[in-house]
Write a protein that binds this ligand. Sequence first.
Ligand code: FES
Length: 87
Amino acid sequence: MKLNVCVMRRHAPNPHSCGNGGGLEIASKLEQTLAERGLSVPVERIACFGLCLKGPNVRLLPQGRFWHEVKPGDAEEIVAALPPCDS
Ligand code: FES
């Protein structure tokens, strides 16, 4: 299991992107929250799911669940919704 966080940054004329909406902060907050709970779930920073207008976006793999319009303050909710770890 792992989390993918889009951190893509775009600039004008179409600046709407997850990175501009806080993607890097979201990734860091997820890592912090996972560590606090003792969970070893990798957080990968990726560049674009193709869902830019719904971002910032986070995806859980391999399950495929998406979270859209994520804010750094949503990290607790996302981590709480993860399925149980095998380890
Ligand atoms: S910029 Fe994040 S999905 Fe495209």
